[in-house]
Structures are given as C-alpha cells and as structure tokens.
Design a binder for this molecule. Structure first.
Ligand SMILES: [Fe+2]
Length: 162
C-alpha cells in the first residue's frame, strides 16, 4: 500500500470518508424494508448509529484541519451510494460490507500516512494524538461492522475480506 505523502491527499481522503459515513448513516431508514427479520434491524441500527458517531468525529477533524465540509459528493464518489431496492437482506448486508471494508482500509491508510503529513494537518500535538486515537477507534469499529455484515449476509460468498 502506497503511503500518503501529501496533505491534499490526506485531506481528500478525510472528505471522502466523511461523505461515506454520512451516507452510511442513512442505513437506519432501511429498517422498515427488512422489518420481517428482527436480528437484521438490530445489526443495521448498530451500523447506522456507529456511522452517525463516525460522521461527527470526521466533521470535528475537518473543522480543526480547516478543510471545507463537503456539501456534495467528493470526487470519486457517487452522489448516492446505496440502492437496496428489491434486495433481500443478505444481499443488502453484502453490499454494505464492501463499504465497511473500504472504510476500514481507508482509515488504516490515514493512520499510516507519513507522520510529517499528519503533523502538517494537525500541528498541535494534543490534537494530533487525539486524531490518531480516533482513527484507531474507527478502524476497530469498521472491522466489527465487517464481521456483522459477514454474519448477516449468511451464505453469500464474500468477494473480498482484505
Ligand atoms: Fe461502518
């Protein structure tokens, strides 16, 4: 994996993740469509609530780094990420899983960014340490989300786990 060595690249990645988490947060509204399965609702709520939390964390760091909060989809992302229309719950969780993996790997990339780049974005040492702690927390959550999706997607073959 190529290490992020430019501030603009790190900033762009943070913006994309902000957008993805904001979209993920909408998952909660899909509850109604799969209410016939109680365990699915609980899993979806967990993913949705965590994304809500993540979205807030990213917003905080974008503000601190003086990066404009995206109002529309950042380059490279569709305006609307999910369309679950007519999909059975297993397929829905399989689709969500792709983004949980993407999110986990993106946060790993952010954590592994060149320390000079992180320092450039967060010159204050206390901020920087807190940022790193937050990113570590995000990685842990996303890995947990991936596992939830694996479980809920049941028999569906997994396309990529790493
Ligand atoms: Fe997630």
């Amino acid at each position: 994996m190529a290490v992020i060595k430019e501030k603009s690249v790190l900033a762009a990645l943070l913006k994309r993740m902000y957008w993805i988490e904001a979209e993920m947060e909408q998952l909660g509204t899909w509850e109604a469509r799969i209410q016939f399965m109680g365990e699915n609702i609980e899993a979806l709520e967990k993913l949705s609530h965590d994304s809500d939390k993540h979205w807030n964390i990213l917003q905080k760091w974008l503000l601190i780094a003086d990066i404009p909060i995206p109002m529309t989809a950042p380059p490279g992302l569709p305006a609307k990420i999910f369309d679950f229309n007519g999909m059975p719950p297993e397929r829905i969780f399989h689709e969500i899983m792709k983004y949980e993996i993407l999110a986990r790997d993106a946060y790993v990339d952010i954590l592994n960014a060149d320390s000079a780049v992180i320092e450039d974005l967060f010159p204050d040492e206390i901020n920087r340490k807190e940022f790193i702690q937050d990113i570590k927390g995000l990685i842990k959550d996303e890995e947990e989300h991936r596992k939830i999706c694996v479980k809920q997607s049941g028999g569906l073959k997994i396309i990529k786990t790493r």
